[in-house]
Design a protein around this ligand. Structure first.
Ligand SMILES: Cc1cc2nc3c(=O)[nH]c(=O)nc-3n(C[C@H](O)[C@H](O)[C@H](O)COP(=O)(O)OP(=O)(O)OC[C@H]3O[C@@H](n4cnc5c(N)ncnc54)[C@H](O)[C@@H]3O)c2cc1C
Length: 688
C-alpha cells in the first residue's frame, strides 16, 4: 500500500525563536532588597562549606504568589541584614531555566519554598525545609534563631557571637569592664529557655560596634534586680549610667520591636560620636511647603486595551508546552502515586486535543504511549531523557527555550508561563468540544476538566495558585458539569473568577490589567446590559481559540518527508512546511499506528531485524538504518574471508617445503598406485 508522502513527515519545522527579552533580568529582587541572589554558578560555592548559614527562598519569578510574597521576604531580609555574618537571607529564581538543575536537585516542586542550610553544609541533603508560617515574620526570625542556636551548640563557629545564656555568676560591673570603650550600650534580654528572642538579639547586634547584647533567665541576679512584669524583658543600659537601665520594657515586645528600640539608642550614640547633624529634608527649589509635606496621591490612569494580548499565538502555546515538559513536570524528582495518575491523565488529554502542528501532536501521541506504560514511577531524569529523545526524533517541534508573544509581560517576570498555560487549557477545551460535541458517550468532567484539575493541582508550582484552583473546582461544582460545551464555559468562568480576584494585585502586570474576558471591544454581542450571554460567549470562544497565529515562527528550509511502500522506505525528500499546518488528532493516531504496523511488518518479514530495538529504530532513520545494515553485513563477510585467506597463506609459508614434498609424494603415490614400492619406501625416497 502506498501512503501519501506528506503523511509520513519524518522531521519537521525547526522553530526560529524571536528574542523577546534581551538582556533584562528576570529576577524579582533588586540590589537594595538586602537579599543575596544565588544562581547555578554560585550556589554550591557560596552555600556549601561556608562558615555562615543560608536561609534561602526558592522562588519562581512568574508565580503570582511569589510576586505577592516578595515584599514580605524583603522586609524579613532587611530586618535580618545584620545577621549576615551568621545567616544570610538569599533567593534563587527557579523560573530561570539555567537554575533548574539546582532547584530540581533540591526537590523544589512548589513556590515559594524556604530552606535553611547550616554553616559548613556539604550537600543538598543538609538543607532543611522551613515549615513554619512564612508570613509571621517575627516568629520566623525566632525559628531561624533556633536553627542558629542548634548550629552554635554543634559547631561553636569561632567568628560567631556567643549564642548562649549569661552565667549566673556574672554581675553588671564585670559585663561593663569586659566591654570595649566604643560599646556604649549594654542590652540584656531576660527570658526563659530556649531564649530565642534573646539569641535573635545577640545574633542581630553581635557585630555592632556600639552594643553588647546578653541573654539571661529570670533567675539571674541582674534580672531579679531589674526585670519588668512580662517576659521577655528588654533592658537597655547606657555607659554614662551603667548601674540602672535607661529602658525597661513594660509590655510584650516582638523581636523586631526590640531591635527597633535598640536601634534608636544606637542612632543617638552614633550621632553623638560623629557629631553630625541629621541630614536635611530634601526640598525642591521653588516648591510650596505643602508640596514637600504631602505629595498628591497618584491618580490611577485607565490603561488602554492592548489588543496584542488577545491573540492565540502558537509560539505561546509551544513555549508553555516546552516549559511544562522540561521544567514544571520534572520538578518532582520521582513521579509516582497520584502524581503519576495526574500526569497520565493530562498527557492523554494533550494527545487527544493539543493544538499545533503534526509533529507536536505526534510528540504527545508517543509521550502518552510511553507514559501509560510506566506502572509505578517515573524519575525526573528518565522523563527529561524521554522528552529530549522525542524532540530529536521529531525534529524539535517544541522550541528550545520559552519565548512569549501575546503572553509577553512588560517585565520579564510578569505573565509568561501562566498566561501560556491558560491559553493552552482554553485551546484544549475548545478542541475537545469541537471533536466530541456529537459524541453521546463523551464525559466532559472525566475526560477533560478533571485531568486539567489534577494537573494544575499536582504540577502548577505556584503553590497557592494550585490550591486556589483546587478550591474553585469544589466551589464551582465541577462535578455537576454534564454538557460538552461546559468544558469551555466552566474554564472560562473559572478564569474570570481568577481575573476578578487578582485585579489590582501585586502580581498583575500594570500594562495588562486584569479584566473580565471577553471585553466588549472583542465581542460586542457577548455582553448585554452588563451580563454575559453564554451562547454568544461559546461562539466567540470557538472562533477565538481556533484562530491560532504563527507570529515569531519561521520554518527553517528543509525538513524530511519519507515515503513508504509495502512496509519499505522508498524515498526521503526535503520539503517545506507551513508552520500553520495542523493535523487532526485522529489523523496522527492513524499515522502513528500505520507506521508502527509497517515497522512491525518489516521486522516480521526480515528476522535479521529482531536483534535491533524497535524504539531506537525510529521511522525517520529507517532508510539509513536499512542501508547501514546491509553495509555491516558485507563488511563482516569481507573480514571473515580476508582472515581465512591470510591464515591459509601463512600456513602455506610455514610448511612450504613439507607441503611440496608431501604433494609430490602424494601425487607419485597416486600416479603409481600399482607400484610394488611400499609407502614407507616411497617416503624414504622423497623425504630427507
Ligand atoms: C490555574 C491557574 C491558577 C492561577 N491562580 C493564581 C492565583 O491564585 N494567584 C495569582 O497571583 N496568580 C494566579 N495565576 C496566574 C494568573 O492567573 C495569570 O496567569 C497571571 O497573572 C498572568 O496574567 P495575564 O495578564 O497574562 O493573563 P492570564 O490571566 O494569564 O490570561 C491569559 C490570556 O487568556 C485570555 N483570557 C483571559 N481571561 C479569560 C477567560 N476568562 N476565558 C478565556 N480566556 C481568557 C486572555 O487573552 C489573556 O491574555 C493562576 C494561573 C493559572 C493557570
Amino acid at each position: 500500500m502506498r501512503l501519501p508522502p506528506l503523511l509520513a513527515v519524518s522531521s519537521v519545522l525547526l522553530l526560529s525563536i524571536v528574542t523577546v527579552y534581551g538582556e533584562e533580568s528576570k529576577s524579582l529582587y533588586a540590589p537594595g532588597d538586602n537579599v543575596l541572589e544565588l544562581d547555578i554558578d554560585n550556589f554550591d560555592s557560596m552555600v556549601y562549606g561556608s562558615p555562615r548559614g543560608y536561609f534561602i527562598e526558592f522562588y519562581s519569578s512568574w508565580c503570582g504568589h511569589c510576586i505577592h510574597y516578595k515584599p514580605q521576604w524583603v522586609t524579613f531580609a532587611t530586618k535580618l541584614k545584620d545577621w549576615s555574618s551568621v545567616v544570610q537571607v538569599s533567593v534563587i529564581n527557579c523560573a530561570d531555566e539555567k537554575n533548574s538543575p539546582v532547584c530540581r536537585a533540591h526537590a523544589i516542586d512548589a513556590f515559594p519554598t524556604l530552606k535553611y542550610f547550616p554553616p559548613h553544609s556539604k550537600s543538598k541533603d543538609d538543607g532543611q525545609k522551613y515549615t513554619g508560617d512564612k508570613y509571621e515574620l517575627p516568629s520566623m526570625a525566632l525559628d531561624v534563631a533556633k536553627f542558629v542556636r542548634a548550629d552554635y551548640v554543634a559547631q561553636r563557629p569561632p567568628t560567631w557571637p556567643k549564642v548562649e545564656a549569661l552565667p549566673s555568676t556574672i554581675i553588671l560591673e564585670q559585663l561593663w569592664s569586659a566591654m570595649s570603650p566604643s560599646q556604649q550600650i549594654l542590652v540584656a534580654v531576660i527570658e526563659e529557655d530556649p531564649f530565642l528572642t534573646g539569641f535573635a538579639t545577640v545574633i542581630g547586634f553581635g557585630k555592632n560596634p556600639f552594643v553588647e547584647a546578653v541573654v539571661m533567665p529570670s533567675s539571674h541576679p541582674i534580672a531579679q534586680q531589674f526585670s519588668g512584669s512580662v517576659l521577655p524583658t528588654l533592658l537597655i543600659f547606657k555607659r554614662d549610667n551603667p548601674n540602672a537601665p535607661d529602658f525597661v520594657s513594660k509590655s510584650e515586645m516582638s523581636v523586631f520591636q526590640m531591635a527597633d528600640k535598640i536601634d534608636e539608642y544606637i542612632t543617638a550614640v552614633a550621632d553623638t560620636v560623629h557629631q553630625g547633624p541629621p541630614p536635611p529634608a530634601a526640598v525642591i527649589p521653588g516648591a510650596a511647603a505643602e508640596d514637600v509635606v504631602a505629595a498628591p496621591a497618584p491618580t490611577k490612569t485607565l490603561v488602554p486595551l492592548n489588543f496584542e494580548q488577545f491573540k492565540v499565538q502558537q509560539l505561546d502555546l509551544s513555549s508553555a508546552l516546552h516549559y511544562m515538559l522540561t521544567q514544571e513536570i520534572p520538578r518532582k524528582p520521582v513521579i509516582d502515586n497520584e502524581n503519576l495518575a495526574a500526569l497520565k491523565g493530562w498527557i492523554h488529554l494533550l494527545r487527544r486535543y493539543v493544538p499545533g502542528t503534526a509533529p507536536i501532536r505526534r510528540l504527545f501521541y508517543r509521550l502518552d504511549e510511553w507514559t501509560q506504560l510506566q506502572s509505578y514511577s517515573i524519575t525526573a531524569e528518565s522523563w527529561i531523557a524521554k522528552v529530549a529523545e522525542l524532540q530529536t526524533d521529531l525534529g524539535h517541534p517544541l522550541p528550545a527555550n520559552a519565548s512569549w508573544v501575546a503572553c509577553k509581560g512588560s517585565k520579564p517576570y510578569l505573565r509568561g508561563y501562566t498566561c501560556g498555560l491558560w491559553t493552552l487549557m482554553h485551546a484544549v477545551t475548545v478542541q475537545a468540544y469541537a471533536d466530541e460535541k456529537d459524541n453521546h458517550g463523551f464525559k466532559p468532567v472525566v475526560e477533560v476538566l478533571e485531568p486539567i484539575h489534577q494537573f494544575i493541582y499536582h504540577y502548577l508550582s505556584c503553590e497557592i495558585c494550585a490550591k486556589n484552583f483546587h478550591h474553585m473546582t469544589e466551589a464551582n461544582e465541577l462535578s455537576l458539569v454534564t454538557r460538552p460545551e461546559d468544558v469551555i464555559l466552566w474554564l472560562w468562568r473559572a478564569h474570570n473568577n481568577v481575573n476578578r480576584r487578582l485585579a489590582g494585585d501585586a502580581s498583575e502586570d500594570p500594562s495588562y490589567p486584569k479584566r473580565q474576558f471577553p471585553d466588549a471591544a472583542l465581542c460586542h454581542d457577548c455582553i448585554v446590559n452588563g451580563v454575559y450571554q453564554e451562547g454568544k460567549v461559546l461562539e466567540f470562544m470557538l472562533r477565538y481559540y481556533t484562530d491560532v497565529r504563527t507570529d515569531g515562527l519561521v520554518p527553517t528550509p528543509g525538513y524530511k518527508v519519507t515515503e513508504f511502500e509495502d512496509g519499505k522506505v522508498q524515498k526521503v525528500a526535503v520539503k517545506h512546511l507551513n508552520p500553520k499546518f495542523a493535523i487532526h488528532a485522529n489523523n496522527v493516531d492513524k499515522l502513528e499506528e500505520t507506521e508502527a504496523r509497517l515497522r512491525q511488518q518489516q521486522v516480521d518479514a526480515n528476522p535479521k531485524h529482531h536483534w535491533r530495538s524497535l524504539d531506537s529504530d525510529g521511522y525517520a532513520g529507517a532508510a539509513s538504518a536499512q542501508s547501514a545494515d546491509r553495509s555491516t553485513f558485507y563488511l563482516i563477510w569481507f573480514v571473515i574471508v580476508g582472515i581465512a585467506l591470510a591464515f591459509a597463506y601463512l600456513k602455506y609459508r610455514q610448511n612450504r617445503s613439507k607441503f611440496w614434498k608431501t604433494f609430490y609424494y602424494y601425487n607419485d603415490y597416486k600416479l603409481f598406485p600399482w607400484s610394488s614400492n611400499s609407502p614407507a619406501n616411497i617416503r624414504s625416497k622423497y623425504v630427507a
